[in-house]
Design a protein around this ligand. Structure first.
Ligand SMILES: Cc1cc2nc3c(=O)[nH]c(=O)nc-3n(C[C@H](O)[C@H](O)[C@H](O)COP(=O)(O)OP(=O)(O)OC[C@H]3O[C@@H](n4cnc5c(N)ncnc54)[C@H](O)[C@@H]3O)c2cc1C
Length: 396
């Protein structure tokens, strides 16, 4: 590593040591679902925003850091190693690139600064009860009435809709032609009369997602991103950014936690779990896999930083990143042993005075395992990603 990069790493590390609070570290260590709650996400976002480090992958003209690819990578790794909570991606990483690419100057000025500061908290209204993998079949109806669309229908699995004040949403404005042709992309306010959010609880007891109902909800036409009936290209563009997540930093941090646990756990023969050949083999295999993911991410992220969309490589990264994470989560459950059977929901809540049971790994292992199953489903299931690779890369 060049001296400049080593100095950059040292700067980031000392800034994190001074600014990542114990409360945020604890929330992150105990969090078991895809995101931490809004209150803590936004606390961390405000600290990063003040420093100007909230959106490393945005172009500098919109408030990005202007860092090189290597610097961005170092920053992500240091945040993961320090145990920083993840930021909610719906605004910063999903709708923001779409607004930069398809938005009018007025829309960019209206939305981007509020995404950076966290004043607007977004949710994604793509899936519907009958439309998930086959997203283009979506049917939430939007009928034009002067300067408004009137929306009727529902969205489902809408992560953090109960926290969000904004939604980016795909609606059906026409049934002419192919299903993809009559879709429009709207940016809307969640407090619009006629919108109701109902919770759905996950298998791990968490409340992350919801069903959202629209009954004659009036949304201004000025919230449309791109042209009417041409929202499908905006939707696909955004999905590439949703999938092109950098997994390796989080995976490395998760694996180093596993190593820490295996070092502390007795193996029964007087040694530590880490000394068991099977455990060593699995940890080494995962470490090699994570290195390979990191190398691919470098290529894709460099492309994104040059303003190009990630393309089908995003699908490959999504498959590799999520399936490796699931293997790490499986190993954690095995290490928890019999204690995996104990529900520790109360003990793992931040600030809880309920005592945890069993080895430290047991506190979060099972809930992370359950919630981690979702990663190969959301953002387009891994089967669908394999279809994309088959079509776009292999020409099948
Ligand atoms: C935790 C979580 C959070 C989510 N958050 C959001 C959100 O915020 N906003 C949002 O809009 N959506 C969200 N989703 C929904 C997610 O995008 C959908 O679940 C996903 O697209 C799959 O759709 P589906 O659930 O309708 O499954 P289906 O499409 O019914 O698929 C069922 C199974 O069939 C397989 N399958 C379907 N079609 C094919 C095919 N052509 N070839 C091979 N296999 C196929 C799938 O891979 C899957 O295994 C979330 C989902 C989860 C689990």
């Amino acid at each position: 590593m060049s001296g400049d990069l080593a100095a950059f790493r040292a700067d980031v590390r000392s800034w994190l040591a001074a600014n990542l609070t114990d409360e945020l570290r604890e929330v992150s260590a105990r969090s078991t679902s895809v995101f931490v709650d809004k209150q803590h996400t936004l606390k961390w976002q405000a600290i990063l925003h003040k420093k100007g480090w909230v959106a490393p992958s945005w172009p500098a003209q919109y408030g990005g850091t202007g860092w090189s690819e290597a610097e961005r990578h170092i920053f992500a790794s240091e945040c993961a190693l320090a145990g920083a909570p993840p930021l909610a991606p719906m605004g910063l990483r999903m709708v923001a690139p779409a607004i930069m690419h398809y938005g009018t100057e007025a829309q960019k000025a209206q939305y981007l600064p509020r995404i950076l500061s966290g004043e607007d908290y977004w949710c994604q209204g793509y899936s519907e009860p009958g439309s998930g993998s086959d997203l283009a079949s979506l049917s939430l109806r939007a009928e034009r009435d002067g300067d408004h669309y009137i929306l009727n229908g529902s969205k489902i699995w809408t992560t953090h809709a109960h926290f969000a004040n904004k939604m980016f949403c795909l609606v059906r404005t026409s049934r002419e032609g192919r299903p993809q042709q009559g879709i429009t992309f709207l940016l809307l306010d969640m407090d619009t009369p006629g919108i109701t959010v109902r919770p759905i609880h996950s298998i791990a007891d968490d409340h992350d997602f919801n069903q959202v109902f629209f009954e004659d909800a009036r949304v201004p036409v000025s919230g449309r991103l791109g042209e009417e009936d041409h929202g499908w290209s905006v939707a696909k563009y955004l999905l590439e950014f949703e999938r092109a997540v950098a997994h390796s930093a989080g995976l490395k941090a998760a694996l180093s936690e596993i190593v820490r646990h295996t070092r502390a756990l007795p193996a029964g023969d007087g040694g530590a779990m880490l000394d068991q050949p099977d455990i060593r083999r699995r940890i080494s295999g995962l470490a090699a896999q994570i290195d390979a993911i990191e190398a691919s991410e470098d290529v894709v992220m460099a492309q994104v930083a040059r303003g190009r969309n990630p393309g089908p490589a995003a699908s490959m990264l999504k498959i590799q990143g999520t399936e490796t994470a699931q293997k790490v989560q499986e190993l954690a459950v095995e290490l928890a042993g019999d204690y995996a059977a104990v529900s520790q929901y109360a003990a793992r809540q931040p600030g809880s005075n309920v005592e945890a049971i069993g080895p430290e790994v047991a506190l979060t292992a099972v809930a992370r395992y359950f919630n981690g199953r979702a990663a190969s489903i959301y953002g387009g299931s891994n089967e669908i990603q394999r279809n994309i690779i088959a079509k776009m890369v292999l020409g099948l």
